[in-house]
Design a binder for this molecule. Structure first.
Ligand code: C2O
Ligand code: CU
Length: 482
């Protein structure tokens, strides 16, 4: 029997067979010339330790807001042992650091652009005004600074920020411009979930290295990016105690979909998604993450004796299981007391207001093998001056979103709102998609129905495929709330 998983793996493996063109874009940073005579190779799995991500410290907590200063710069970092790889960073961290914010308390981030090209910074999943949204055309140039202000008037959520400069976002994010932004609220802080050193943000992504160990960026390189990085290291190991951990997973890949499982088939407890905690936790043996999606997952290692090693595996291509199947290994190295608990009820989601408008959105890209495939939203490439959807402020709407492609997977992300998924392919949604979402996967031929309320800011925002190489090819559109 052909399983659904193998069909999808095959579909993704075949995706882009004729789509390996650069879309006319030239890589930003030419690879460092290989001085060494021997080609650099990615180390065997589980030979490097997974670091935890640095937490950004505010430069000021005065005046009712937390103020941060970030420098966007190119640095060299060790990804492959013994090799310095050039990366683009927020404050020198690869991947970006973690910013911890609180609902109701404003965060202002002053970004200084020390790169040679314009950037913009988008708070993914954030409810922010258009001026602070970091839209594709709202860039700031080399040598300049820009302050983004985030009021955090929304419940706790697993946000992140990343570059969004149009046509460059895909390469900028690929080279490192993404960071985690964990917004917590009082309800979340009152729960006895694993915390402190037992709450671990992990950014997962893929990458392609040349013989000198430098990152290779080729647009729409679906088959080339076959090294999996967890917190910036290739298939690392992570030492854990035999107790519960809370992992804040982010798929920061440009195009890779992950389907994660534990090598012993063991259960995980998913407690949250993009827009924060689910109403109720559920146990599962697999967690799927399309690009930009987040999952909040508790794993209880107390069931394993000290000395056990459990691999977090990925079962989706492209790439062979040897290349992309081993994400990281948890090594249970000690016992520890564990006062944490996963409560049966995590939060109450607000009721969905009655939707008064229905829209249909179709994502597609040329998959006929042409030289410069276009990414299309309702048959059109993005035009920053065209308003594709006009929405009355305060209304709720139902959007039916379809991936019209036969082999290419997509996903769908809206700025400004957290939406609710009502249906996937006409059926009720799985518990993993039952919470607040801002990004939803769309395998070839899939259709989802989502519910969104536009009751906060007015102005123009984008919605797009979050396979960033696709949005850079035009798979993006504008909505205006007025
Ligand atoms: Cu991660 Cu336009 O977004
Ligand atoms: Cu896409």
């Amino acid at each position: 029997m052909v399983t659904r998983r193998s069909v999808l793996g095959g579909a993704i493996g075949a995706a882009g067979a004729g789509l390996l063109t650069t879309g006319g874009l030239v890589p930003l940073l030419s690879a460092q010339s290989a001085q060494a005579t021997e080609a650099v190779t990615v180390p065997a799995p589980f030979t490097v330790r997974m670091p935890t991500l640095p937490v950004l410290a505010p430069i000021s907590v005065l005046g009712g807001q937390d103020t941060y200063a970030v420098t966007i710069k190119e640095v060299a970092r060790e990804i492959i042992p013994g090799v310095q790889t050039k990366v683009l960073t927020y404050n020198g961290s690869f991947p970006g650091p973690v910013l911890r914010a609180r609902s109701g308390r404003t965060v202002a981030i002053r970004h200084r652009n020390n790169l040679g090209m314009p950037v913009s910074v988008h708070l993914h999943g954030g409810n922010v005004s258009p001026e602070n949204d970091g839209g594709p055309m709202d860039t700031f140039g080399p040598g300049t600074s820009r302050t983004y202000t985030y009021p955090n008037q929304q419940p706790g959520a697993a946000l992140w920020f990343h570059d969004h400069a149009h046509h460059m976002e895909s390469e900028h994010v690929y080279r490192g411009l993404s960071a985690t932004y964990l917004l917590s609220d009082e309800n979340e802080r009152s729960l006895p979930l694993p915390a402190g050193q037992y709450e671990v943000p992990i950014a997962l992504r893929d990458a392609r290295f040349d013989d000198a160990g430098q990152l290779v960026y080729v647009m729409d390189d679906v088959f080339g990016r076959t090294t999996i990085l967890a917190n910036g290291r290739p298939s690392p190991y992570f030492e854990v105690a035999a107790r519960k951990y809370r992992f804040r997973l982010l798929n920061s890949s440009n195009m890779r979909f992950f389907q994660l499982r534990l090598s012993d088939g063991g259960q995980m407890i998913q407690i949250g998604t993009d827009g924060g905690l689910l109403e109720r936790p559920f146990t599962t043996d697999t967690v799927g993450l399309s690009p930009a999606e987040r999952a909040d997952v508790v794993i209880d290692f107390s069931r394993y004796p000290v000395g056990t090693k459990i691999v977090l595996e990925n079962t989706l291509g492209p790439g062979t299981p040897d290349q992309v199947g081993k994400v990281l290994r948890f090594d249970v190295v000690r016992t520890a007391s564990d006062p944490s608990r996963v409560p049966d009820v995590l939060r109450t989601l607000p009721a969905m207001a009655k939707a008064t408008v229905q829209r249909s959105i179709v994502l597609s890209m040329d998959e006929d093998g042409r030289e410069e495939p276009r990414g299309l939203m309702d048959g059109q490439q993005w035009d920053y001056q065209r308003i594709d959807q006009t929405i009355a402020h305060g209304t709720s709407e139902i959007w039916t979103v379809t991936n019209a492609n036969k082999i290419v997977p997509h996903n769908f992300h809206m700025h400004l709102v957290q939406f609710r998924l009502l249906e996937r392919n006409g059926a009720p949604v799985a518990p993993s998609e039952a919470g607040l979402k801002d990004t939803v996967r769309l395998f070839p031929g899939e259709t989802v129905k989502l519910h969104a309320t536009f009751g906060t800011y007015r102005g123009t925002y984008v919605y797009h495929c979050h396979l960033l190489d696709h949005s850079a090819m035009g798979m993006m559109a504008n909505f205006r709330v007025r």
